[in-house]
Design a protein. Sequence first.
Length: 235
Amino acid sequence: MEHTLLIKGWLNSFLSLFFPRCCLTCGKPLAKGEECICTMCNINLPRTNYHLQKDNPVEQLFWGKIPLERATSFFYYRKGSDFRQILHQLKYGGQKELGAIMGRCMASELLSSGFFKGMDVIIPVPLHKKKQQLRGYNQSEWIARGITDVTGVPIDMELVVRRKNTETQTRKSTFERWENVDGIFELHSSRNLQGKHVLIVDDVLTTGATTVACASALMEIEGLQISILTLAIAE
């Protein structure tokens, strides 16, 4: 076993000479132990720190729309920022493992604040089966996997299903976004979740329309508590 690990380590070092792993944001080669972004870019990541703020802007976005326990987003998604590459490569670059890496990073930083306290299950916002087949994976599920690695809170991929294959939200107005996602999710199974606390996980928060649509399907469950966590929030 030790011999195999030594060979693997040597092979990785050899390959890195010719095919170095590079930071997604600045493009510089990653040092040993760094994943997807370098230490300097990690330090400069535009974190919101909303998990430390009661009644933060993410929570306010959902006021009057769904009953909410707590909500936050990890970093700001800003137009023109190099950090956009994290989401771009996760959603369109086929780098699904990036979701797990960022999920672990996010959960590790939020853990000590008690954000995950009392949560029973994680629900990644579902993709329609056709879109998931085309992309090959659900990026929100991979973010959730990273969160589970840190928190131990299990993931449920069958509780809520997406029954409508909607158009992309990217170029839609606020009203069109809400209209586009109306009634697109349905509750597939309650799984004895009465009185439980679920965490809805998604990649990026814009108007909150998709998240509210997902939460609305869950509100059929009696006494259910809902919290929300996204990797980024658009500015």
